[in-house]
Design a binder for this molecule. Structure first.
Ligand SMILES: Cc1ncc(C[n+]2csc(CCOP(=O)(O)OP(=O)(O)O)c2C)c(N)n1
Length: 339
């Protein structure tokens, strides 16, 4: 019997070995791909969050600890693990499983959602409520890098850093993508700091520069090498989140279950708000979605082997196409409209 069919809640997941967790991750991906290929849905986001979901369920005491997914569109694995596997083929159907998290659907869904960028504020609200009730369980808000570009997310960070309530853990699920590619200063800051190649070349150039300094160069180079850790913190987003009074951990590989479980175990029940930064691949484990995460962000029915859409063209353009064409034409006529 497949492992997935035996899992009804977090308690069942906690009985599994690390090897079984990896088998379960595969089964989850296959189930998600199968159902979304028929019903449509948010495929790439959910595939990218499978290991993260498993690790959270493995480490935390859900639903006593509260898990809040931003938007709720990446929570299919979470649904499969919380007693909704047998009904999962009704995903996004009339009276079926919702495409987002929904308190009425399950006690494991910490927030009813659909709009982006709300999870930190919602998490803080729940955390503060728990504090007033003397409840020391954790609140975990998972937010994507795309959703972190909106102002509401910063209102949440700002207030959380001010109230400094313990037990709030924000996990930044950074796949370097929003629905489409991110734009703006934050995303270039994030991707610049995460590229290992960039870090390496910057380190080499800086090292060569230090060494070239007459007399003192070699000595400074060795001191700089010893303080590489603080150097890295200085140029990673750690400084951004630490400015909001969050303890920052990461970035770590969001597909490495062992690392995820270890770090989540270490940071649970924090004294101060914590931000854990994980990097993931949107569409992970399904070739067509990894290649084209924009198309597979929210997709209609498709052929699993090829990833090709099953939609039969009816010649009627969509609202998005009409609006897009109209804007492009307008841009051609009015040059000031183009960025
Ligand atoms: C208020 C609001 N604006 C826009 C959207 C459309 N939307 C859906 S998901 C998303 C962000 C997706 O990026 P990210 O948070 O990085 O998650 P990913 O899908 O990449 O895992 C947005 C903007 C929304 N749901 N709510």
């Amino acid at each position: 019997m497949p492992l997935l069919e035996q899992i009804k809640n977090s308690g069942d997941i906690q009985q599994l070995t690390r090897k079984e967790l990896r088998v379960l991750a595969n089964e989850i991906r296959n189930r998600i791909i199968d159902v979304v290929s028929k019903n449509g849905g948010h495929l790439a986001s959910s595939l990218g969050a499978v290991e993260l979901t498993l690790a959270i369920h493995y480490v935390f005491d859900l639903p006593k600890d509260t898990l809040i997914w931003d938007v709720g569109h990446q929570a299919y694995a979470h649904k499969l693990l919380t007693g909704r596997n047998d009904r999962f083929d009704t995903l996004r159907q009339y009276k079926g499983i919702s495409g987002f998290t929904k308190i009425k659907e399950s006690p494991y869904d910490g927030f009813t959602v659909g709009h982006s960028s709300t999870s930190i504020s919602a998490g803080l609200g729940v955390c503060y409520g728990k504090y007033l009730n003397g409840d020391e369980s954790d609140v975990i808000s998972v937010i994507g890098d795309g959703s972190l570009t909106a102002g509401l997310a910063y209102e949440g960070l700002n207030q959380a850093g001010d109230l400094k309530k313990r037990n709030l853990i924000v996990i930044l699920n950074d796949n370097d993508m929003s629905i489409s590619h991110n734009v703006g200063a934050l995303s270039s800051f994030l991707s610049r700091t995460f590229s290992a190649k960039y870090l390496q070349s910057m380190r080499n150039q800086f090292g060569a520069f230090l060494k070239s300094l007459p007399r003192i160069g070699d000595e400074i180079y060795h001191i700089a090498k010893r303080s590489e850790e603080s150097f890295k913190t200085f140029i990673t987003p750690g400084m951004l989140f630490e400015a909001f009074n969050f303890d920052y951990f990461g970035p770590i590989d969001g597909h490495n279950l062992d690392h995820l479980i270890d770090i989540l175990t270490n940071i649970k029940n924090p004294e101060d708000p914590v931000l854990l930064h994980v990097t993931t691949v949107k569409g992970k484990g399904y070739g067509p979605a990894e290649k084209n995460p924009v198309y597979f962000h929210g997709v209609g029915s498709f052929e699993i082997n090829t990833g090709k859409s099953n939609a039969k063209p009816n010649g009627i353009p969509s609202y998005t196409q009409v609006f897009g064409r109209w804007m492009v034409n307008l841009g051609k006529r009015i040059p000031k409209l183009s960025p």
